[in-house]
Design a protein around this ligand. Structure first.
Ligand code: ZN
Ligand code: ZN
Length: 380
């Protein structure tokens, strides 16, 4: 068992800390324990390294997730490789300005033994009609993806002797060496030049795949679009990404990013739907009944009472989209006044003659404005 301290404890933050809280905690502690400030203080040096290690892991979303799951006892050993964390060379200036991100982001981008064990993840976009958000759907699509070559079973050669592990890098594809940089040691990772990062050397390449071990082929993918889905949602299809190099290991994942095609009149707010309903002056004044086809197959029936105003809203609970925390959302209908674009001579005449009768009920413009303001304040 390792007697290592919890990374969150080291950075003096909670398990729920946000990225910026993590960064702030790291900067502040790293400044406190930086060797420039604590010359010949081995305790500060140890703490400085601990803080760096904790930050390296917690500032990397993948590594943080793994740490939250397994703690220090990760399957496959330390994420920093067999040598453990080596420390990075950070000047005290880096801790005030920018610069630390690029240093830390390189730590896990290096090779290591896990490099060839997994194929690359893929991301594809997929458009769905608005109705599908309501119904959900089983869908399928064809993608072109790197698959294991059937001819050579992914080895890259028709014979087992035609391919061997690269002796320089032991099949890792990368060379790792430790460099001393003054006070610190740092880990430098480069592509292996013998195998050009492939990890293997093919002397008798397969004709079908040219030694790559993989071929791009069309593949049918079936997936379920859940009702209530929104644009930008990524559906993860485990194992449907690219095949791994060398035919060993697992496939990457396929992410299907959903784009919802806009509805001709509904706007969406989570599981609620909003729409504007333009009506003429006469319909607002006398009231009317409006029937609109709806996503759930049952028409929306809205009774507009006489004396309605533009800006009035009608809420139809339970008629919105599924997927909300309390079942279906609601439909909100906002009344608009639709004025005729063109007023004919005869209409002008009729309107003019009605002016006396249907003009405002107020004696003055100021009364009318005051009344409207009061109505708004009362929320009506
Ligand atoms: Zn190599
Ligand atoms: Zn092949």
């Amino acid at each position: 068992m390792s007697g290592k301290r919890d990374y969150y404890e080291v950075l003096e933050i909670s398990k729920e800390a946000t990225d910026s809280e993590i960064k702030r905690a790291f900067r502040s502690l790293a400044r406190r324990y930086h060797p420039d400030k604590n010359p010949d203080d081995s305790e500060a040096e140890t703490k400085f390294k601990q803080v760096q290690e904790a930050y390296a892991v917690l500032s990397n979303p993948d590594e943080r997730k793994k740490y939250d799951m397994f703690g220090h006892e990760q399957p496959g050993g330390s994420p920093f490789g067999p040598g453990g964390f080596q420390g990075v060379n950070i000047s005290i200036d880096d801790l005030f300005g920018g610069g630390i991100e690029s240093i830390f982001s390189q730590i896990f981008s290096g090779g290591g033994p896990r490099r060839r064990s997994r194929g690359t993840d893929l991301l594809v976009n997929h458009e769905i009609p608005f109705q599908t958000v309501f119904d959900g759907a089983e869908q399928s699509m064809e993608i072109d993806v790197l698959k294991i070559c059937d001819e050579c079973d992914g080895r890259g050669s028709p014979t087992p002797e035609g391919v061997r592990e690269c002796p320089t890098c032991d099949g890792r594809g990368r060379i790792q060496r430790i460099e001393k940089a003054g006070f610190f040691t740092k880990q430098v990772v480069t592509d292996c030049s013998t195998c050009r990062g492939e990890g293997r050397i093919v002397s008798d390449p397969c004709e079908a795949c040219g030694g790559e071990g993989r071929l791009t082929k069309p593949k049918q993918v079936k997936f379920t679009v859940p009702a209530g889905v929104s644009s930008g949602t990524r559906l993860r299809m485990r194992g449907h990404g690219e095949a791994p190099r060398g035919g060993r290991g697992e496939n990457g994942d396929l992410y299907i990013q959903i784009e919802v095609i806009e509805h001709p009149w509904f706007e969406r707010d989570g599981s609620d739907l909003l729409m504007a309903l333009p009506l003429g002056f006469v319909e607002l004044a006398l009231g009317t009944q409006v029937i609109i086809p709806h996503l759930d197959g049952e028409d929306l029936r809205i009774k507009i009472p006489a004396g309605s105003n533009p800006g009035d809203t009608f809420n139809l609970p339970g008629r919105g989209l599924p997927g909300g925390r309390r079942g279906r959302g609601s439909v909100t209908v906002l009344l608009k006044l639709d004025m005729p674009k063109k007023i004919s001579r005869s209409l002008r005449k009729s309107l003019d003659s009605l002016k006396e009768e249907i003009g405002t009920d107020f004696d003055s413009l100021e009364d009318s404005i005051t009344d409207e303001a009061q109505r708004r304040r009362r929320g009506r």
